[in-house]
Design a protein around this ligand. Structure first.
Ligand SMILES: Cc1cc2nc3c(=O)[nH]c(=O)nc-3n(C[C@H](O)[C@H](O)[C@H](O)COP(=O)(O)O)c2cc1C
Length: 341
């Protein structure tokens, strides 16, 4: 999926009529405060702002979205397109040249990939979008303040961009869905999401499995009962609805192996969702079993989607193993253009 990095001019700028924004974050701290409420700067990945050559670099998406803007990524050119209130900034990994609309700017520090995450210069971005930026050297805190645009502004911008074939959600087109009872698959899922800069959705049973529930040596345990009674495997989930499900065209789906197949909470998720138009890539963790038929069985349950052969990892999986596999699997799928680092 390719989007055009057209430089958007201010022709559809709208008036600033929104609410006040105060956003602060500290070097080395993955949590930011937005109008008094704390949230992760890079949800699920623990990425924190860093200083390089005296400039603060941050994973930008959540920050720009807090402002009411959008972020798109072109993996081919390694360029991020940030849009807010009719202004567009383009930044390229490793390049000190940045554009605000058609105006060229020289940055002190080039955008960089650090630990697999795209890190962008926050001061340049925030000031270009009209926010004030303050730096407190004692606490190593950066504070961004100003008035955000009204809530309908991003929609206005998106509509105007439709001529270019751009879709502001396109950069977030990889989703990693997983179920994990004891954390192994979760670890693999986080590493995959980090490698592809995908979003994450955790499948959570409405009634979580306790360690007693999972004791397969106890013939009276929940999991043994469900194993022996396939009709009882229809596990109710906290939610099967992934925000912006339509926007994803590649879905990694991960689970532990239970008795040679996918842990059943995953089946409940698969059954509830429509995978039409999506490439689906299963992965699993297990003590020793292979992935076996688990992916094929899920594909049958789904009845939709382009399911490809999946991968089994051991209970502990290294980042190298993940990135080697992710790269090879994505090379075999067509839509890699909008993956972020
Ligand atoms: C109920 C149950 C059944 C399991 N069955 C198998 C199995 O058939 N083969 C295997 O290699 N591992 C099996 N395991 C081990 C898990 O697949 C393995 O520990 C996995 O990494 C757990 O992932 P999680 O921490 O994400 O839940 C089983 C574990 C449980 C709890």
């Amino acid at each position: 999926m390719v989007f055009t990095l057209s430089v958007v001019t201010g022709c559809f700028a709208v008036e600033n009529s929104g609410t006040n924004l105060t956003l602060s974050m500290e070097i080395g701290n993955p949590v930011m405060t937005v109008n008094g409420t704390q949230s992760e700067i890079d949800p699920g990945r623990g990425t924190a702002p860093v200083i390089q050559n005296g400039r603060t670099l941050v994973p930008i998406r959540a920050i720009v979205e807090a402002m009411g803007g959008t972020v798109n990524w072109d993996g081919e050119t390694q360029t991020a397109l940030l849009e807010y209130n009719g202004d567009a900034i383009t930044l390229t990994i490793g390049s000190k040249t940045a554009y605000l609309n058609e105006n060229e700017n020289t940055l002190d520090t080039a955008p960089a990939v650090i630990n697999g995450r795209t890190m962008l210069p926050i001061r340049f971005i925030a000031e270009s979008f009209g926010f004030d930026v303050e730096w407190d050297d004692d606490t190593k805190t950066i504070t961004i303040s100003g008035q955000t645009v009204s809530a309908d502004t991003p929609a206005t911008v998106q509509e105007e961009n439709s001529d270019t074939g751009e879709n502001s959600d396109e950069s977030a087109n990889v989703l990693v869905v997983y179920y994990s009872a004891t954390g192994n698959t979760e670890e693999a899922a986080n590493k995959i999401a980090s490698a592809v800069n995908g979003d994450i959705f955790e499948i959570e049973p409405a009634e979580p499995y306790t360690s007693n529930d999972l004791n397969w040596n106890d013939e009276n345990s929940r999991v043994v009962y469900e194993y022996e009674n396939p009709d009882e495997r229809d596990v109710e989930l906290v939610s099967t609805a992934v925000p912006d499900w339509e926007s994803y065209d590649t879905v990694f789906i991960g689970y532990p192996i239970w008795w040679g197949i996918a842990a059943w909470p995953v089946s409940s998720f698969v059954e509830a969702n429509d995978f039409t138009g999506k490439t689906v890539i299963p992965f699993c963790t297990s003590s020793s079993s292979g992935i076996g038929e688990s992916g094929t069985l899920l594909e049958e349950t789904a009845g939709t989607g382009n399911w490809i052969d999946g991968m089994r990892f051991g209970s502990r999986v290294s980042e190298d193993d993940i990135s080697t596999w992710v790269n090879s699997v994505l090379e075999n799928t067509e839509d890699t253009d909008s993956l972020e680092n």
